[in-house]
Design a protein around this ligand. Structure first.
Ligand SMILES: [Zn+2]
Ligand SMILES: [Zn+2]
Length: 119
């Protein structure tokens, strides 16, 4: 399934339609380069396969627990964890990840219809 946060394998399927001879390794290498250049962002969400994001503006993500789609959240501030908590413990804290999850609008309405049908 293609969304705005595709995996390398999904991007490979798209690129291959235009460049049939391209290898998955080339796609991976280019994605790493674009990530280093900060042209795209690499997302590691919930231990799943890395996804790539063309939106560089800082934002959080929410994952649908039913269909797995990942959407952008622009209204949540980036520094939700106060600075004081980043110097606790023996670690040199470099960052943190916040993962929101729930039901996307599509799955929410699907579930609502199912509930009506079941009663
Ligand atoms: Zn969903
Ligand atoms: Zn995003």
């Amino acid at each position: 399934m293609i969304n705005s946060h595709p995996t390398a394998a999904e991007l490979y399927q798209i690129v291959r339609k235009r460049l049939p001879k391209i290898s998955l390794g080339t796609v991976y290498r280019n994605l790493e380069l674009l990530t280093q250049n900060r042209t795209i962002r690499k997302l590691e969400i919930g231990g799943s396969e890395a996804r790539f994001d063309g939106v560089i503006k800082p934002h959080h993500h929410i994952r649908c627990i039913a269909c797995g789609v990942i959407s952008d959240l622009f209204d949540v501030p980036q520094d939700v964890v106060p600075q004081q908590y980043l110097s606790l413990g023996d670690y040199d804290v470099r960052g943190y990840r916040i993962e929101f999850y729930g039901l996307c609008p599509l799955c929410k309405s699907k579930q609502a219809t199912e509930e009506i049908n079941n009663t």
